[in-house]
Design a protein. Structure first.
Length: 57
């Protein structure tokens, strides 16, 4: 279930409040914050925007 573009526009990095970059790799989706160097996973269309769950890019 891909994220809708209009949803993406309101999502921001929970750390820096910056814009997120949507990346799709096959079935896996994630949101990247280049400024923080963090990757937030998208679980079945639901972005996990938690610092505790973020992984380094
Ligand atoms: Zn950030």
């Amino acid at each position: 279930m891909p994220l809708e573009e209009r949803v993406l526009e309101i999502l921001v990095c929970p750390k820096c409040r910056g814009k997120l970059e949507h990346v799709v790799e096959g079935e896996a989706e994630s949101l990247l914050c280049r400024a923080c160097g963090l990757r937030y996973e998208v679980d079945d269309g639901i972005p996990i925007l938690l610092l505790d769950e973020a992984k380094p890019i």
